[in-house]
Design a protein around this ligand. Structure first.
Ligand SMILES: Nc1nc2c(ncn2[C@@H]2O[C@H](COP(=O)(O)OP(=O)(O)OP(=O)(O)O)[C@@H](O)[C@H]2O)c(=O)[nH]1
Ligand SMILES: [Mg+2]
Length: 435
């Protein structure tokens, strides 16, 4: 779905996460990337500038809420702004004790007939009794097309291929299904591109059939042009909803949704393929989460970074069995360094904002840095067998690395503790990390 838009947004996020520091330049670059991606997806320029300038302004403000990293904060801003332009969720809830009629309208080839079957199957899954009426007397083979689709979806169909009047079929079809069904979907002939004409004819059928809901089917590949259709439709019918089809691979799909949403129309469903199951109720939050890949993006990045660290099998085994030397410890500190800053590692871990508050990562980072200096001041012999570290050796190491003797002793204590823990847990908690 919307592959280009998805890739563009995700690349911008990735770049932000990988940047060394989130300064003004990084923020501007991020905003610029987002702009380019949205424009490419045919989102209206005004909307794009509105949301990106908001993100930039907010991101440049120095106070970030406690417990949030700047990166998370900015990604969250983007998420919120995207959700906002897509409007609110509009649930379709139809009663099961009466029969509701849904009328599908839209210009030629927008995907009405295919959508009629998708929607039929959707409601069958929701335990409704569904019937579809073919009221398209215009398109040659319209009945056959719907018959094939309905057979595939096991949906009951009513049609009269010989009848010339669409209104007659619609009225008859409604009557035919009224008793045993609780949803009747009426597929109509495609109107040509003129919006005025479409609206006029829609109103006519609407008044004669008196449906519970009229759904305008819009082809997502037209991008922000969907605005005109959606607005005219919204003004014409108060009981209407919008369906946007062909969002699979449609380069302009993002623009189509944003434009339709900006008319205050209710977008009820989106469709992402020709298959009967390629339909979903439109929920802005879920839609944006999927676009941005929040939820798994952090885990993916973490895995990528871990994969970049070459595992050293004998060393890993030594550490996990509690037989590590100080050399091994030193090597782990170097590997940690490859990850970037400790803060960055913590940010990559899911659920980090909570833990973040309780850890002073600067202090931790300083400590690890000191440990590296301390170990560098040890002789090879001492690193292999730390038990030989007596008071005079400790004094020498402290002087050599510019730290307090206390800190050398602390490192030795920590090292011994680690060994004990490793032996006890068989290295369980470090296993994944080292690998
Ligand atoms: N890729 C893709 N193709 C779709 C989608 N929906 C419909 N199509 C295709 O678009 C073409 C037109 O679909 P129809 O359902 O016949 O459109 P229609 O609005 O009923 O057309 P008319 O009745 O002639 O106005 C068909 O080839 C469908 O297979 C979709 O979500 N994705
Ligand atoms: Mg059709």
């Amino acid at each position: 779905m919307l592959d280009q838009l998805k890739e563009g947004l995700r690349n911008a996020i990735k770049k932000l996460i990988y940047s060394d520091i989130v300064d003004e330049q990084a923020i501007k670059e991020f905003v610029h990337d987002i702009q380019r991606t949205l424009l490419q997806s045919d989102v209206n320029v005004k909307i794009v500038l509105e949301i990106t300038s908001k993100i930039e302004k907010e991101a440049l403000k120095s106070e970030i809420p406690a417990g949030l990293s700047k990166r998370d904060y900015i990604i969250n801003l983007l998420y919120n702004e995207l959700v906002k332009i897509l409007g609110t969720e509009n649930k379709v809830e139809l009663p099961k004790n009466t029969c509701s009629t849904l009328l599908l309208v839209g210009i030629q080839g927008s995907g009405k007939t295919t959508f009629a079957a998708k929607l039929g199957k959707y409601f069958l899954r929701e335990s409704y009794q569904v019937g579809i009426v073919c009221a398209d007397t215009f398109r040659p083979g319209a009945y056959e097309q719907l018959k094939t689709l309905c057979a595939r979806g096991k949906i009951d169909l009513f049609g009269k291929p010989e009848e010339k009047s669409a209104i007659m079929i619609a009225i008859e079809g409604k009557k035919h299904f009224e008793r045993d069904k609780n949803i009747v979907i009426i597929d109509t002939a495609g109107r040509h591109k003129e919006e005025k004409e479409l609206i006029k004819e829609m109103k006519e059928i609407d008044s004669k059939i008196n449906p519970q809901m009229v759904l305008l089917v819009i082809d997502g590949t037209i991008g922000q042009q969907s605005f005109a259709q959606a607005r005219a439709f919204h003004e014409a019918t108060p009981i209407g909803g919008i369906v946007i089809t062909k969002l699979d691979g449609a380069a302009k799909g993002g623009g189509a949704i944003a434009a339709a949403a900006s008319t205050q129309s209710k977008i009820l469903f989106i469709s992402t393929g020709e298959g009967l199951d390629d339909i979903e109720a439109f929920v802005p939050e879920r839609f944006v989460s999927r676009l941005l890949g929040l939820g798994d993006i952090k885990a993916i990045l973490e895995r990528v970074k871990q994969a970049e660290i070459e595992p050293d099998e004998p060393r890993a085994r030594r550490i996990m069995s509690g037989k590590m030397t100080i050399d091994d410890l030193y090597e782990q500190l170097i590997q940690l360094k490859k990850f970037g800053s400790i803060r960055k590692i913590l940010e990559l871990l899911p659920g980090m904002p909570e833990i973040d508050r309780t850890i002073d990562t600067n202090e931790l980072e300083n400590k690890l840095e000191k440990w590296r200096f301390i170990i560098q001041s040890m002789t090879k012999e001492e690193r292999q067998d730390p038990d030989i570290l007596n008071a005079s050796r400790i004094r020498r190491i402290a002087r050599g690395s510019g730290v307090d003797e206390k800190e050398v002793k602390e490192l030795i204590k920590q090292y011994n503790n680690m060994k004990i823990v490793m032996k006890k847990t068989k290295g369980k908690f470090l296993r994944g990390f080292i690998r």
